[in-house]
Design a protein around this ligand. Sequence first.
Ligand code: GLA
Length: 495
Amino acid sequence: MSGGAAGGGTRSGNGPSQSVSDDPHADRQAFSGVGIRELVVLEVRFAQEGSATPHTRLAGVHLRTFLLIVVSAALSATSSDDRNNRLGSRQRKTHFPAGLRWPGDSLRGSLVSQPAGPGTPGEADRAPDFATLFGRPADLTSSAPGRVNLIGEHTDYNGGYVLPTVIPQKTFVEIARRRDRRVSVWSGGFPGDGVVSYELGSERRVGGWLDYVQGITWVLGGAGHSIGGIDARITSGVPVGSGLSSSAALEISLARGLREAFGLPVGDVPLALLARRAENEFVGAPVGIMDQMACLLAGDRHALFLDTLSLAYESLPLPTGAELAVINSGVAHNHARGDYRTRRAECERACALLGIRQLRDVGLDDLPRVAALPEPLGRRARHVITENARVLMAVEALRSADCECLGRLFDASHRSMRDDYEVSVPEVDLLVDLARGEPRVHGARLTGGGFGGAIVLLVETGHAASVAGRVADSYARRSGRTPTVLVPPPADVGA
Ligand code: GLA
């Protein structure tokens, strides 16, 4: 599996090597709730789809085998009602101020420089270094990687499950403390802006890249954490608008750096929650918690199995029999059109009609009830419900190193995002189809929020670079777009 280390601050020692919950029983508690009925319904759906192609037929056969294995476990599975009660008492609610606008690609695209190598601070050759910008060396350098979600899309703001891992590309923030309360920042994504400054406590949304920086100092101050002014220099190799969490990589790298610089007594999960709150309430993007948790806690060659309701998480090794490839379609997602917000509102409307608080509270056995919802709410809810089940099955596939099954789940997830959730675009569908045409590809799907962005492929070990290169070439010819192979990172291609 290709991928770089998910490093944290160079002095902090608080990186994602912490990969298990503080409560050793939390994972078991959180993940015990899948019932046999859910698995049966999912299997039936897969088996029906499986009549279409040899690949999906194989998925049906595999899943039937899988069901035999889990029958005994199902005898002691938590009942749906018990599960709903347990989870319902732990729900959180986030309020979004009315009138906030979602920052568009013009904003997101301005955060960082790109492209940049995975293992370097990512600056262009002529970019000024820290000493040139601020007349002294930095005290520390903090970093956070981008993430690629393996499966579990648009489930996080519905209290569901996600399974991301890191990509080699990172965001870096070099920091030097100041004696006053001024924050002066330079971004490699906006070198023309020069050094931009503001006073701590006077953060005001400006509709630009600085909002992500201001959001973090605003949320830390609001939470009672004592920080002083800083000089900061931001660079990154995480591509923007590609569904690979450039925003969270910036938030987390800065938050980590401030934690280290000022000795803030805040753990990783609270830090992720603060970063998400900065994006929700200061920047105005109604995102879930997946990206911040992944950028903080996911490790190289491991998937982070996260229950976004309880925030229990578990680090699962990726199978050695397969590699990941990530290809950016060159179609930047444009959430400024409000598509992400619309999907979130559709889920909330579905919940209101179903009389539940969030879609996590229903399972596959509720699909008949969900099908009665007005369109498109029924399909939206069906995606979330079946996607949650697919994450749980993907976890089982990971545990048994069953790459074939994992690949089938990737394929099913993409179909669900394309047809039920309608967050794909023709270019991304073309990329996925081209990938699926490759014999050594186990599965492929759109990753991230959608409406453009990147795909993730599961490929037989030893073939990721060559397959990704062929798919990208073919896609470029047919679409006229400029794709980028991000994983394996360019330095590994042909190695
Ligand atoms: C974006 C958001 C995440 C998540 C994904 C979709 O990346 O930031 O919280 O909702 O979309 O899975």
